[in-house]
Design a protein around this ligand. Structure first.
Ligand SMILES: Cc1cc2nc3c(=O)[nH]c(=O)nc-3n(C[C@H](O)[C@H](O)[C@H](O)COP(=O)(O)OP(=O)(O)OC[C@H]3O[C@@H](n4cnc5c(N)ncnc54)[C@H](O)[C@@H]3O)c2cc1C
Length: 250
């Protein structure tokens, strides 16, 4: 994503979706720059890097799913998990006000549901929920499958629209391994599955990836899977964790 353009966004609204998530709506300061950046973005997991300038002159990047980019209107939305006072992006979003400005770089992305798959598996926690929402919106009305979303409490459950044939299961638990356990429990239809699995890195990479690739034998190309964040680590610390994981796996 290094050559992706920078776009300045202006906050137009903030909406509290649940106690743990806020939706911030943005309009691009320059619609042409926005249109050029987003025109060719066909991935449902499209993401941007938010650039947070620091007092020492450095910048910190945070990665978020860009929802509903509208080229004509120059707008998009981001759903932020509000995970307390720690961190940079979460607290920024919790207090974002109309008129606030932020620069983003992107978009990047890698996944869109394959219309040729027999069924779709979508699994995420709240950080991956926006991307699951976008994937569900892109599926055809005839698509079938299973969406599994892990939230810490009942009041974090959100409305989630999708095709009638995609069953949505909300896993309400404070247990870190709740998502892997729930994915193992779903009925496994016959046919080719296209999987999209993103959330806390340990749960996803250690709890679900071996299940899908080794136990279920899914081809690597049919599985979009990665950690979106790592418990106990900032995004910088998480990048180091990913490098360690990649080097131990060769
Ligand atoms: C491609 C991609 C798309 C993503 N899309 C979204 C999205 O649409 N919405 C979204 O909310 N997140 C999304 N994320 C995850 C987000 O980038 C991380 O959660 C990021 O660490 C948040 O930055 P921060 O400054 O708030 O916290 P950091 O400074 O990175 O971390 C501070 C502390 O908060 C903890 N923490 C970070 N995230 C969470 C969380 N979700 N729940 C509980 N504790 C947390 C960390 O473990 C650390 O202890 C995405 C990540 C990727 C890679």
């Amino acid at each position: 994503m290094s050559e992706r353009p920078f776009t300045e966004l202006v906050v137009t609204a903030r909406e509290q979706l649940t106690p743990g998530m806020v939706r911030v709506r943005f309009e691009a300061a320059d619609h042409e720059v926005f249109a050029a950046a987003f025109a060719d973005s066909a991935f449902t997991d499209r993401y941007v890097k938010l650039v947070f300038p620091q007092p020492d002159g450095s910048t910190v990047l945070r990665t978020y799913t860009a929802l509903e980019p509208d080229i004509g209107a120059g707008t998009l939305a981001i759903d932020f998990v509000v995970h307390g006072t720690e961190g940079i992006a979460g607290p920024w979003a919790a207090d974002a006000e109309e008129g606030d400005r932020i620069t983003v770089r992107g978009p990047g992305g890698a996944y869109a549901p394959d219309p040729g798959a027999d069924w779709h598996l979508l699994a995420a926690d709240e950080a991956g929920l926006p991307a699951v929402r976008a994937a569900l919106a892109a599926l055809s009305a005839e698509a079938s499958g299973h969406a599994v979303v892990h939230v810490p409490a009942e009041e974090h459950i959100q409305e989630l629209d999708g095709p009638a044939g995609v069953e949505v299961t909300w896993v309400v638990s404070t247990e870190p391994d709740a998502l892997p356990e729930a994915v193992r429990e779903i009925a496994w239809p016959v046919g080719r599955v296209h999987a999209f699995v993103h959330g806390e890195a340990h749960a996803v990479m250690h709890g679900i990836r071996p299940y899908l690739l080794k136990e279920r034998g899914l081809p690597r190309a049919d599985v979009s899977i990665s950690g979106y964040w790592r418990r106990g680590r900032t995004e910088e610390g998480f990048r180091a964790w990913k490098q360690e994981l990649a080097s131990t796996e060769g």
